[in-house]
Design a binder for this molecule. Structure first.
Ligand SMILES: CC(C)(COP(=O)(O)OP(=O)(O)OC[C@H]1O[C@@H](n2cnc3c(N)ncnc32)[C@H](O)[C@@H]1OP(=O)(O)O)[C@@H](O)C(=O)NCCC(=O)NCCS
Length: 175
């Protein structure tokens, strides 16, 4: 985790760009660290974030975060979002970019799945217009059949058990 202080000095120099092929090995490593495997299970689908389209935030040569997405029809799934420098605006930059892209591709909604322990992400998404749509109680048991390395204890020492689906209706921003 990288911190560059509460000032906006770093934020001003942060850059968001398209995920390039040079970033993909790093994305794979980050996915392994964050999700306990190099793939992400979403409902009945399995995604490899390092093979998906996405965006990366950098500060100079330092990579500060990545987000990947998958579009089916009018729905854009935010498959992964990973900020290495929390509470500095990285996540917001990434989410805004994915939303903008989804809109330009004709999507009308976005969805993402968050485990029960990830309270920072619950806050992050709800503060940005996402609404809880569904909870799969005990959903992590099925995930562990495919990914035995998913930890049993998560953020703040909370047992990792359930999956929360968040959804947001996308609307073009008026100028
Ligand atoms: C969820 C997650 C992506 C959020 O990313 P983030 O970089 O912390 O997001 P931001 O910094 O843009 O926003 C978080 C808060 O910090 C605040 N913030 C932004 N810049 C700030 C600054 N310079 N100083 C102080 N606070 C700041 C934002 O206002 C926001 O607060 P709010 O939600 O009350 O509006 C991040 O916690 C994360 O990567 N978690 C681990 C991976 C994960 O959980 N992924 C989601 C499941 S796939």
């Amino acid at each position: 985790m990288i911190f560059f202080g509460p000032t906006n000095a770093g934020k001003l120099r942060m850059k968001v760009s398209l995920l390039s092929d040079d970033d993909r090995t790093w994305v794979k490593e980050r996915t392994e660290l964050l999700f306990g495997g190099e793939f992400v299970v979403s409902g009945n689908e399995v995604h490899d974030p390092h093979k998906l389209p996405g965006f990366i935030v950098t500060l100079g040569r330092e990579r500060l975060g990545v987000a990947t997405y998958h579009v089916v029809g009018e729905e854009c799934e935010l498959v992964s979002i990973d900020s290495l420098s929390q509470f500095c605006g990285v996540g917001s930059m990434l989410l805004e970019k994915v939303e903008e892209t989804a809109l330009s591709l004709g999507c009308t909604r976005m969805m993402t799945i968050v485990p029960n322990d990830n309270l920072d992400a619950h806050r992050f998404f709800q503060r940005r217009g996402f609404v809880l749509k569904r909870v799969r109680i005990g959903g992590m048991t099925k995930i562990r059949l495919l990914k035995p390395n998913v930890p049993r204890e998560g953020y703040y020492g909370i047992p990792v058990r359930d999956e929360f689906d968040f959804e947001k209706t996308l609307e073009a921003k008026s100028e």
